[in-house]
Design a protein. Structure first.
Length: 79
C-alpha cells in the first residue's frame, strides 16, 4: 500500500524538525559562534524550513510503512 502525500510530508517534517532542534543552540545570544558562523547556521535553518514548500512529494521513496530519508536531499549542515 502506498503512503499518502500527507503522511510523507509529516514524516519529512518530523525529520526536519529534529535537525532544527539540534541546531537551536547556534542562534542563542550566548552561542560561542562568530557572527559569520551564526549567519551560516541561520541560512541552513531557513533552508530546512523552506524545503517543505518546494519538495516534490512524488520523489520521496517509501521504505515499508515509512519514508526513505536517503531519497531526500537535505541542506548541508555548516561545519
Amino acid at each position: 500500500m502506498a503512503l499518502t502525500d500527507g503522511y510523507k510530508m509529516q514524516e519529512l517534517r518530523t525529520a526536519r524538525n529534529k535537525m532544527l532542534s539540534s541546531s537551536d543552540w547556534t542562534q542563542a545570544n550566548d552561542s560561542p559562534l562568530s557572527d559569520s558562523k551564526k549567519a551560516e547556521w541561520k541560512t541552513y535553518r531557513q533552508s530546512l524550513r523552506d524545503m517543505t514548500k518546494t519538495i516534490d512529494v512524488d520523489t520521496i521513496r517509501e521504505n515499508g510503512p515509512t519514508i526513505d530519508l536517503s531519497s531526500i536531499t537535505f541542506p548541508t549542515k555548516p561545519s
